[in-house]
Design a protein around this ligand. Structure first.
Ligand code: MUC
Ligand code: MG
Length: 375
């Protein structure tokens, strides 16, 4: 280790709870607030990096919870990083991965904070650390999930009129397929042919049920089907992909690099939803994108409904991918009633703008952190 290398001297984790603008109803949970673990990593050169680890609906989406992520970082990950060279992210994440199994969401927030700090240190953006952004604008859809068909239609028409979104994802799988599919068809009819509609079943259907009802969704002109069946049924995803014209997207099934290689081999999905949280960081997300590119599988920039820090981290790495055929759903901050950063993301013309500036290019609002942090 060089004498001149900056050393990590402090790692802080804070759970922040921000209310949602309306109930957000998914097949496995109803969200009234989002809980994010905000991570600050400070080095002895005075540079602070920020990161975020966020999941959806407690432990209903994945194996990690906000409280568990905070504990994992404080007790098991932070001691591996303290007093180490802050600039060697490969060495730091190698140590973390060697000593901590799983816990990809916690690792993703840590790696984000290391990258933010390194970008600030070198005066380049996080995207530049990955070779540069191909585009500084990413398409962003909106998820309709109020639980009420008419409310969803009103919300969609308003957002189309404002030119904020031109694609909508519907969360289904809470009701019987018949009720859900009628809901989807009513919304599709109300918004018209120029607006894209996708559905996310969040694993709620069995393969035989999926085969019956995806047919109806396909006949009704739905544009994309996300994770219809359980995340363990990789072969089923391959069969559905082969059987239907409408693209089938792997979300929960395609979490880690190890999932991605298996799905690429059997073409389990013609689209992958990549997410920094599932993959365990930006580097692993880029590895999955590389596998997908080689297998001619398209990408969709997914979200765990992170706040601005996690959303911007995702935007930096997604902007570096060439196969983002299905745009992104990086709308997390828009679902929340407030923000904890000084410079919120600019959403315009159905896209977001990649922040300019070093690292992530965002700055925390400490007053807001204090207001919303869990006592
Ligand atoms: C998911 O499963 O894709 C993304 C958008 C949204 O509303 O929920 C998520 C999670
Ligand atoms: Mg999904």
């Amino acid at each position: 280790k060089k004498m001149s290398s900056p050393i990590i001297i402090n790692i802080e984790t804070i759970i922040v709870d921000l209310p949602t603008i309306r109930p957000h109803k998914l097949s496995m949970a109803t969200m009234m607030a989002q809980s994010m673990v905000i991570i600050k990593i400070t080095s002895d050169d005075g540079i602070e990096g920020i990161g975020e680890s966020t999941t959806i609906g407690g432990m209903t989406y994945g194996a990690e919870s906000p409280e568990g992520m905070k504990l994992t970082i404080d007790k098991y990950i932070a001691p591996l990083l303290l007093n180490q060279d802050a600039t060697n992210i490969n060495a730091l994440m190698y140590a973390v991965n060697k000593n901590v199994k799983g816990n990809t969401f916690a690792k993703a927030g840590i790696e984000t904070a290391l990258l933010d700090a390194q970008g600030k240190r070198l005066n380049v953006s996080v995207a530049q650390l990955f070779g540069g952004a191909i585009t500084n604008r990413l398409g962003v859809l909106w998820t309709l999930a109020s639980g009420d068909t008419q409310k969803d239609i009103d919300e969609a028409l308003r957002l189309v009129a404002e030119n904020r979104h031109n694609t909508f994802k519907l969360k289904i799988g809470r009701n019987t397929p018949k009720v859900d599919v009628a809901h989807v068809s009513a919304i599709k009819k109300a918004v018209g042919d120029d607006i894209k509609i996708t559905v996310d079943i969040n694993q709620a259907w069995t393969e035989s049920v999926a085969k019956k009802w995806i047919q109806v969704l396909q006949d009704n002109g739905i544009d994309l089907i996300e994770q219809p069946i359980t995340n363990t049924n990789f072969d089923g995803l391959a069969r559905l992909t082969e059987y239907f014209h409408v693209p089938i997207m792997a979300d929960e099934a395609c979490a880690t690099i190890f999932d991605a290689i298996k799905l690429c081999k059997i073409r389990g999905g013609s689209v992958f939803a990549v997410k920094v949280m599932k993959a365990g960081g930006l580097y692993n997300t880029a590895k999955i994108a590389g596998m997908a590119e080689a297998a001619d599988i398209s990408l969709y920039g997914g979200t765990m409904l992170e706040g601005t820090i996690g959303t911007v981290a995702s935007a930096h790495i997604f902007s570096a991918f060439s196969n983002m055929d299905w745009g992104t759903e990086l709308f997390g901050p828009l679902l929340l009633t407030d923000d904890i950063v000084v410079n919120p993301i600019k959403y315009e013309n159905c896209t977001l703008e990649l922040p300019k500036g070093a690292g992530l290019g965002i700055e925390l609002d400490e007053d807001k952190i204090n207001k919303y942090k869990r006592p």
